[in-house]
Design a protein around this ligand. Structure first.
Ligand code: UDP
Length: 455
């Protein structure tokens, strides 16, 4: 008999691949053989962005790929096309991969670990009679929302055929969870009805597929979202999976990290820098981009700003005239930062964030207060946790034209940093979550339980 062999399949998006890779490093260190299967498109990007320092990782985790059914130049943000192709092509390709590994490897696949969004993979795993674990990388409250679709239909909040909203309102899944605006449900966020319906259908199908999994593990801590874990007690918290908690390196990036900004941070005084980052998807309207730049300039503080090469349509013209010269060395712009290390750096005073779940738990785990700038789906729910439940950040108000103005940015930075309670509360929350992934902490005990069962 060989050693237990985990085959892991992340959902093909940045915020899904990074935490899955983090989890896989933990499994590899526990003596599992680990194979990670990305789509060919993502595999290429991850391998290209790997740094020399990540050599150990490639030894620890076997990285492989299967096609996603799309051509090289197809738009992978076209959800209708991408999801259709995935469902048509990937299940068969995954099955062939497992057959090939089982024929050629002394260590046959014993467990399939799939992103919850790839629930169809559990159907494939059933054929092979192997263990099945679903991994949920976002907030547990968000998964609770997907699992509540039947109740939303029963309560006549949404239509059963396509998920469209019957009446705009805010809904609460439980008394102790923040209210969600029906316009910010994952599927209702998309502007066109066809995409809304496609995403809704996938959620409904996935809710059924995931019932096949033996366990559903979540990249969250009970201490962060007790009400969501109470609502669905079958969900196990195992997070936050943060590389710095393990003194390791975060891997799985789609862009190469610009580590020179760490040296720049070394030169800044303690708690003096605003870190600004909007994750892997956000695209800015050019006017809003300029307001943000001018707002940062107005704060008179130093700032480290992640400006991805694809962040606005007109990158060359993006900055306001004279901005780069005026801010000089107090403003540092990079294409992609080693975010976890940045957030751990003592020079960082606050995190201006789009509130993606990974960014949220990374900020909390490093005790950094937030300025919240959500723009899509669950980011609004995460903002509610940050501002209203944990009270470790503030949001921005838009003006009548829907823009966040430079003066608003300056005022909120001053408000956040002028009130020491934000920092005190985030440090307190940091202690709670860091303890959860250690020793007798809840997340650590759950992860140990899963590891023992998988062995
Ligand atoms: N990230 C990074 N460097 C950057 C910006 C983001 O390493 O310059 C990482 C960040 O640490 C997080 C992930 O990319 O782990 C983004 O995930 P999140 O859920 O915050 O946002 P999404 O990209 O899914 O909207």
């Amino acid at each position: 008999m060989g050693i237990p062999h985990v085959l892991a399949i992340p959902y093909p998006a940045q915020g899904h691949v990074i935490p899955m890779m983090e989890l896989l490093q933990r499994f590899a260190k526990q003596g599992f053989k680990v194979t990670c299967v990305n789509t060919e498109f993502i595999h290429k990007r991850v391998m290209q962005a790997l740094h020399e320092k990540d050599g150990d990782l490639v030894d620890m985790i076997h990285m492989t790929s299967i096609p996603d059914g799309l051509g090289p130049s197809d738009d992978r943000n076209d959800f209708v096309k991408a999801l259709k192709a995935i469902f048509e092509v990937m299940p068969r390709k995954l099955e062939e991969l497992i057959e090939m590994i089982n024929e050629t490897d002394d260590n046959k696949i014993t467990c399939l670990l799939a992103d919850e969004n790839i629930g169809w993979a559990f159907k494939v795993a059933e054929k092979f009679g192997i263990k099945k674990v679903a991994f949920w990388p976002a907030s547990t409250a968000l998964l609770a929302t997907s699992f509540s679709v039947p109740k939303l239909i029963e309560d006549k909040i949404i239509n059963s055929n396509d998920g469209t909203i019957r009446k705009h309102q805010t809904i609460s899944l439980s008394e102790n969870m923040p209210a969600i605006n029906t316009e910010n449900l994952v599927w209702t966020c998309f502007p066109d009805l066809e995409t809304q319906k496609t995403v809704f259908d996938v959620i409904v199908k996935t809710n059924a597929f995931v019932k096949l999994a033996d366990f559903i593990i979540c990249n969250s801590a009970y201490e962060l979202e007790p009400a969501a874990f109470t609502l669905f007690p079958n969900l196990l918290s195992i997070g936050p999976l943060i590389a710095t908690n393990q003194l390791g390196n975060q891997v799985g990036h789609f862009w190469p990290e610009d580590s020179t900004c760490l040296k720049w941070l070394d030169q800044q005084p303690v708690s003096s820098v605003i870190y600004v980052a909007f994750g892997s998807f956000t695209v800015f309207d050019p006017v809003q981009f300029q307001e943000l730049a001018l707002g940062l300039e107005q704060t008179n503080m130093s700032f480290l700003w992640v400006v991805r090469p694809d962040m606005t349509d007109e990158m060359n013209e993006a900055y306001p005239k004279g901005f780069i010269d005026r801010v000089g060395s107090r403003g540092r712009m990079v294409g992609w930062a080693p975010q976890e290390k940045v957030l751990r750096h003592p020079s960082v005073a606050c995190f201006l964030s789009h509130c993606g779940w990974n960014s949220t738990i990374e900020g909390v785990s490093n005790g950094v207060p937030f300025l919240c700038w959500p723009y899509f789906a669950d980011q609004f729910l995460n903002e509610s946790y940050i501002c209203d439940v944990w009270k470790v950040g503030v949001g921005f108000d838009k003006d009548e034209s829907g823009l966040i103005r430079q003066s608003e940015i300056k005022n909120k930075v001053e408000h956040l940093l002028g009130d020491e309670q934000f920092k005190a509360r985030v440090l307190d929350l940091k202690d709670k979550v860091v303890n959860s992934v250690k020793g007798q902490g809840c997340s650590n005990k759950n992860l140990r339980r899963i590891i023992d069962w998988m062995k």
